[in-house]
Design a protein around this ligand. Structure first.
Ligand code: HEC
Length: 428
């Protein structure tokens, strides 16, 4: 055998050894992840009380050293232990490798908007100057970004396919026009059906790793409707959730009850808070540790509506009119103490409902829009009689279920079921 061949063999052998070592580290990391981290970051790293760990949004950086630092030091004031005191450095390294191996979806998406282009113009978008060019943070496709009526838009970026999902996918989505939407993956055009069919369902095979992705869209319909997911062992969304919600909700006859549950860090609420947006009428954040209602605001929510990301806002900031100041909140008191709760989860059918447990029983909080007001209904199941109060900022205009109010402390007549209703139109 020639020396070159031997060298090649050695190279192949050692690189497969290397791969194996990486795989093993990821596997060990996964085991550790599944013993504890999943409880806050979700079984599939999708996020729960802790943030999503597989998408493009990171609060503390997504380099390996950032992730190791996050795990080692934790965020004790926000509920996450400093795992450096619990795990060896090697184990933390395994955890970081596992998290990195699960990164998925779009990254570095840049969009370009071209004003006043029509389908018949048959232009090559790569050859003409765009009116606007921005990086989209978080990265996703949202063809409703432009502020003009007639436009073309192109998105370019990368698509990450993690090893455990690699293989067969279906590009699945909906579009309301049969021409003028082109998708390219690794430079290859994905053949959309040419019929007027609105459903898109295209089988596609994607290897693990980074792919180039480009979407071009020339508007040819009175409303811009296009969305797309990669459906495989798990679904990787390509279009923005909020955009999708905004178009699908317009097809729901009772749009009044459409809502969106968003996990995003906002300045007005503690980390881990969950935001409920009732279709841009009114929004609030719930602190899952206490069920406190924080940051109540009227009008537009966070990432709904055109061009919000293009305004250079790095952190999500509630828009609209605030009904509560940063210090104010609506707090539940059990037996005269601020409620200390364990967050169980939420359901979103048919209405947003958050479920908590305390040593005293089970508590749920449901929100809905009724008579042009936000109605927050509490339901408390316990084996014994409880002293229940709701502390409500006095400036807040509210309507309450039967009960007594004294010094901003509301005592419901029926502590099992009571509500607070906040009118949407009237500002404080
Ligand atoms: C009790 C809940 C909880 C547990 C358990 C937990 N975390 Fe966290 N984690 C959080 C919260 C909350 C944050 C967000 C901190 C903030 O908002 O600044 C976080 C943040 C992180 C971040 C930074 C994310 C970012 O966006 O920058 C990483 C990485 C992370 N956790 C990894 C882990 C790993 C690995 C484990 C298991 C060893 C784990 N966490 C266990 C609650 C938890």
């Amino acid at each position: 055998m020639q020396l070159k061949n031997i060298l090649n063999l050695v190279l192949i052998f050692s690189s497969s050894l290397l791969l194996k070592a990486d795989d093993l580290s990821e596997l060990r990391g996964q085991k550790l992840y599944e013993t504890i981290c999943f409880s806050c970051h979700g079984n599939k790293l999708e996020g729960a009380t802790g943030p999503n760990l597989k998408d493009a949004q990171w609060l503390h950086g997504n380099s390996k050293s950032d992730i190791i630092k996050s795990i080692t030091n934790g965020f004790p004031e926000k509920g996450m232990l400093a795992f450096g005191t619990l795990y060896k450095q090697e184990q933390i390294n395994d955890l970081a490798n596992f998290i990195l191996s699960r990164q998925e979806g779009l990254r570095n998406v840049k969009y370009k908007i071209y004003h006043d282009l029509r389908l018949n113009d048959k232009v090559d978008l790569g050859q003409i100057k765009a009116n606007k060019e921005r990086l989209l943070q978080p990265p996703h496709f949202n063809p409703n970004l432009p502020e003009v009526n007639q436009f073309a838009i192109s998105f370019t970026g990368q698509l990450l396919i993690p090893k455990h999902l690699a293989g067969k996918f279906v590009l699945a989505g909906v579009r309301k026009q049969s021409d003028g939407i082109d998708l390219y993956i690794d430079g290859k055009k994905i053949p959309f059906p040419t019929s007027k069919q609105h459903q898109i369902k295209i089988p596609i095979e994607l290897r693990a790793g980074t792919h180039d992705i480009r979407l071009e869209y020339i508007k040819d319909f009175k409303s811009t409707v296009f969305f797309l997911d990669l459906v495989g062992k798990e679904t990787i969304p390509l279009t923005s959730e909020s955009y999708r919600r905004s178009i699908t909700s317009s097809h729901i006859p009772k749009a009044e009850n459409a809502f969106l549950i968003i996990r995003k860090r906002i300045t007005q609420a503690p980390p881990g808070s969950i935001i409920v947006n009732h279709m841009d009428k009114i929004s609030f954040a719930i602190d899952p540790k206490t069920s406190d209602v924080k940051a109540l605001w009227l009008g537009k929510s966070l990432d709904i509506g055109p061009n919000i990301y293009a305004r250079g806002q790095q952190f999500a900031k509630p828009l609209g009119t605030h009904l509560l100041s940063a210090e104010q909140s609506i707090n539940l008191f059990i037996n005269e103490k601020p409620a200390k709760l364990k967050y169980i989860g939420y359901s979103d059918k048919p209405l947003p409902k958050f479920i908590f447990k305390s040593s005293e029983g089970e508590i749920s909080l449901q929100s809905k829009i009724e008579n042009n007001a936000l109605k927050l209904s509490y339901s408390i199941k316990s084996n014994h009689a409880l002293d229940i109060n709701l502390k409500i900022p006095q400036e807040l205009n509210t309507k309450l279920s039967k009960g007594k109010t004294k010094n901003g402390l509301f005592t419901p007549e029926s502590p099992q079921d009571f509500f607070i209703s906040i009118p949407i139109k009237e500002l404080k």
